[in-house]
Write a protein that binds this ligand. Structure first.
Ligand code: F0G
Length: 379
């Protein structure tokens, strides 16, 4: 399923129609989305805020806007793809859905599948999923198989299970998912008012960066201004099959057997969508780069403390990548950069706790508490 019968490659929908945006959210761009039988399975996903980051801009030395994808119904950009793919699944008459996931896809597919009356089945890397994401999937009543090994092992199992033909696969090798996710590009073009010079995206299974690039290429079909921003894909140092290939000038990813990083969402060593992602970065004259875990945590702290924006480590990797790309001279000071903050920080309390500090927390009785407040504000 979802493989070219001739060459075994990934599939990609193309459009010969034109249209215009109407309404709100992902389905505002229905003219350029696959049609399903019946109304879409939707919860108002998309139409997320695009906000200026004044302090983070100053720190980066260029103009920076953030797309707040954590404000989607289940807390990540995955909902954009899920509303499309689950609508198609229901239209086909599927009864059960399947996905391997590092957590956000899991939460999203469980929620949308239940809303559609379908049975969600998940393959998750054991001990590889943030607590909040696992809790979401459990709350939505997903059937969960915790696979010994990494996400890549779970993905391999999912590909084999999908071949049974009894379940509808919702991983991003399903091209309908990427069709929904491309709407990020449409919204950026409508809200920013001028075309961005760079779009920085965290990369795991590498579907989203390809989806967003496809959106920029198709935007003129919707009457939106043409834009060819450089796509900058950011990976974590310990899980950087594409950034490693890029650095070495190779055409194929350098597989990572035991991917390691604090950013569990992108802890992926063998990205399934790599051909599409490589093409997106090549066509846009962008780059893949990598950042360390300390850089990711620093970026998370800057976004939380200077901008009031709470994101998970994988999302913070995008801003860390921008800082790194500025230092490398890959992004110039006249640039207008959009960083895609892919998911909320609320799902990963263990990562958040790494940002805390003992010097700002006290335990006290009510009387003493007043004294402490006095001392803090007069400091
Ligand atoms: N950011 C977040 C918060 C993610 O959850 C993911 C992927 C990515 C970035 C990378 O996107 O895979 O299209 O390159 N999460 C997947 C999951 C793998 O299962 O939730 P990608």
């Amino acid at each position: 399923m979802f493989r070219c019968p001739a060459c075994g490659g990934l599939l990609e929908p193309v459009y010969s129609v034109e249209g215009s945006p109407r309404g709100r959210g992902v389905w505002r761009y229905a003219d350029l989305l696959p049609r399903s039988r019946g109304p879409p399975v939707s919860m108002g996903e998309g139409s997320t805020p695009l906000v200026e980051l004044p302090r983070a801009s100053e720190l980066a030395g260029c103009r920076v806007y953030a797309k707040l994808e954590g404000l989607n119904p289940t807390g990540s950009f995955k909902d954009r793809g899920m509303t499309v793919a689950v609508s198609i699944a229901r239209g086909y008459g599927a009864r059960a859905t399947l996905a391997a996931s590092t957590g956000n896809t899991a939460a999203s597919m469980a929620a949308y599948s239940r809303r559609a009356g379908l049975k969600p089945v998940l393959l998750l890397p054991r001990r590889g999923v943030a607590r909040g994401k696992l809790a979401q999937a459990i709350a939505h009543g997903a059937y969960i198989v915790e696979v010994e090994g990494s996400f890549d092992d779970a993905m391999e199992a999912a590909l084999r299970a999908a071949e049974l033909g009894e379940v509808y696969p919702l991983n991003s090798f399903n091209p309908y998912r990427l069709e929904g996710q491309k709407t990020i590009a449409f919204e950026v073009l409508e809200d920013l008012g001028e075309p961005p010079t760079h779009v920085v995206v965290p990369v795991g299974n590498s579907g989203n960066i390809a989806a967003i690039w496809k959106g920029f290429k198709e935007a003129p079909l919707l009457g939106l201004p043409p834009a060819r921003p450089r796509m900058i894909g950011v990976q974590a140092e310990g899980a950087a099959p594409l950034a490693e290939a890029w650095a070495r000038g190779l055409r194929e990813p350098v597989a990572v057997e035991k991917p390691r990083t604090i950013a569990s969402a992108i802890r992926i060593g063998r990205p399934v969508n790599w051909p599409k992602a490589m093409r997106a970065v090549n066509e846009s004259r962008g780059a893949f780069i990598k950042v360390s875990d300390p850089e990711i945590l620093n970026a998370m702290a800057v976004l939380a403390r200077e901008e009031g924006i709470l994101v998970e480590p994988a999302s913070a990797a995008a801003y860390a990548g921008l800082l790194r790309a500025r230092k490398m001279g890959l992004i110039g000071e006249d640039s207008l950069v959009v960083v895609v903050l892919t998911g909320t920080g609320l799902k990963d309390p263990d990562a958040l706790s790494l940002l805390g500090s003992d010097t700002t927390r006290y335990t006290a009785g009510p009387q003493e508490a007043v004294e402490i407040v006095k001392a803090i504000v007069s400091r």
